[in-house]
Design a protein around this ligand. Structure first.
Ligand code: ZN
Ligand code: MN
Length: 478
């Protein structure tokens, strides 16, 4: 029997606003527990709620980059359920008139291009966080995340493979992060994914029993969970042993399997109803155009500009336009230094490896772009050699040193004085008679050995071009 896996995704993305969705508390990640809480987001009865305009604008931006139809009068509703991290007893979300519907996202897989259609995107508030304290055996609640604005992007069940799911999440990350909607950092929970999955006989119209795997926050976990869960469904269908029930499951990373969390609720369980405390938000053509005109360059546009106008390679352009952070570093550095090819090289070859040593993701690399540009300028202009430039980059990353002052203070300026370089060459040649003999016997590899020793004698600061030229002259004259 051939089987077909059918999946739909619900992706929650935290919006890049300064404040929360209905109060002025900071929405910033990483504060101390309960630092960003006021009576409104702590769920005190009777507190006024005012919709965050910026959150709506980011919602409009999300609608635009996903080709969605924007609802002109959007409203908020209450989704009722009890959980200790939800102080009001309901989540404010959009049920009857979400911000947009019927969008699509185009993905690319090994099978070619495919359109993933979206049912809707709605704006909603996040819940707080429970912290289980094993030391005291108690559970504590942190309301910092309560009422932080999210969009939930609901796709239709268009996915057939794990590869499509991953391609879609990557595409969403690029669309939303370049539009400034969210930083989409899965490891910080600002992008989370629920997968609805069912399996049916190939060719059948009827969907199988659907389970939902909730709250996964790494692509690796998502791919593995899909693999596991679809195999579990197929085994039940195949052997007739066990039973599939509509339920919510979680992914156990350590065991590499999904487990049942609770039976799946239906929409009716939540008793959605309109929130009478929030006024409907009218979204005019003018407002939509304003948001559209202020959208920054997308990842695709950036790629096209880099390979086209700037004549950079597709390989390099793909890396830079694949991360909003790297793209920002590239653009900002370009303001100070006019050689894009050099900037791209420095980012890809030096910056990424220097910062990756810190175990950071591409989106976490931070560099002062003016200083970064200064290093390139000094290398390009022959003030320092490239190796010194690399070490300087590490000092800028780690200690924030001023490149020019640092080079002066530490006397790192490039040695181009041929007299000094010749002295070093002579010394190294006289100290290594054996290698000289090897060179004369046709072993070209010893040249690198000589260059290394000469550079070391000159504190790594010599002009490599002059060193090479003079060294070859001396060796060939011997
Ligand atoms: Zn608040
Ligand atoms: Mn939701």
């Amino acid at each position: 029997m051939k089987y077909e896996v059918v999946m739909g995704l619900e992706v929650h993305v935290e919006l890049s606003t300064n404040s929360k969705l209905f109060c002025s508390c900071s929405a910033k990640y990483g504060a101390d527990a309960n630092e960003n809480v006021c009576p409104a987001c702590a769920g005190m009865p009777g507190m006024p709620a005012v919709t965050n305009k910026k959150a709506v604008e980011l919602g409009i931006a999300a609608a635009l980059v996903t080709n969605s139809q924007i609802t002109r009068t959007m409203t908020f509703d209450k989704k009722n359920y009890f959980y200790p991290d939800l102080p009001t007893g309901y989540q404010i979300t959009q049920f009857y008139a979400p911000i947009c519907r019927n969008g699509f996202v185009e993905i690319e897989t090994s099978e070619g291009k495919k359109k993933i259609t979206l049912k809707q995107i709605h704006i909603e508030e996040d819940a707080g966080k429970l912290v289980h304290d094993t030391r005291t055996g108690t559970t504590l609640v942190d309301f910092n995340r309560t009422s932080v604005p999210l969009v939930e992007i609901v796709s239709n069940p268009d996915f057939r493979t794990g590869e499509e799911v991953i391609a879609y999440l990557e595409k969403l990350r690029l669309l939303l992060s370049f539009a400034g909607v969210s930083d989409c950092k899965m490891q910080e929970g600002s992008m989370r994914c629920d997968v609805n999955i069912s399996v049916r006989e190939a060719g059948s119209e009827k969907l199988g029993v659907r389970t939902e795997i909730k709250n996964m926050n790494s692509l690796k976990a998502i791919a593995a969970a899909i693999e596991y869960e679809s195999a579990r469904h197929i085994e039940v269908l195949e052997t007739g042993e066990g039973q599939l029930v509509q339920e919510t499951r979680r992914w156990d990373e350590a065991k590499g399997e999904t487990f049942s969390m609770r039976e799946k609720e239906n929409a009716t369980d939540y008793r959605y109803f309109p929130n009478p405390e929030l006024v409907p938000v009218f979204i005019s053509d003018g407002w939509i155009n304003e948001v559209r005109n202020s959208l920054p360059e997308s990842s695709d546009e950036k790629f096209a500009r880099m390979t086209g106008v700037l004549n950079l390679s597709e390989y390099d352009s793909k890396i830079i336009s694949g991360s909003k952070n790297l793209a920002d570093i590239f653009d900002e550095t370009s303001k100070y230094f006019g050689k894009p090819k050099e900037i791209v090289n420095w980012i890809i070859v030096e910056l990424i490896s220097a910062a990756k040593g810190d175990n950071k993701g591409l989106d976490d690399i931070k560099i002062d772009c003016a200083k970064f540009a200064k290093i390139m300028e000094m290398v390009d202009g022959g003030t320092i050699n490239r190796n010194v430039g690399k070490k300087l980059l590490v000092s800028v990353l780690e200690d924030g040193v001023d490149p020019e002052a640092y080079v002066k203070e530490n006397n790192l300026g490039m040695v181009s004085d041929t007299g000094v370089i010749e002295e070093a060459i002579k010394t190294v040649i006289s100290e290594n008679a054996k290698s000289v003999a090897e060179y004369k016997n046709g072993n070209q590899k010893v040249v690198g050995f000589f260059v290394g020793n000469i550079m070391r004698k000159l504190g790594g600061k010599a002009d490599p071009a002059i060193v090479n030229k003079l060294l070859m002259k001396y060796l060939n004259e011997l």
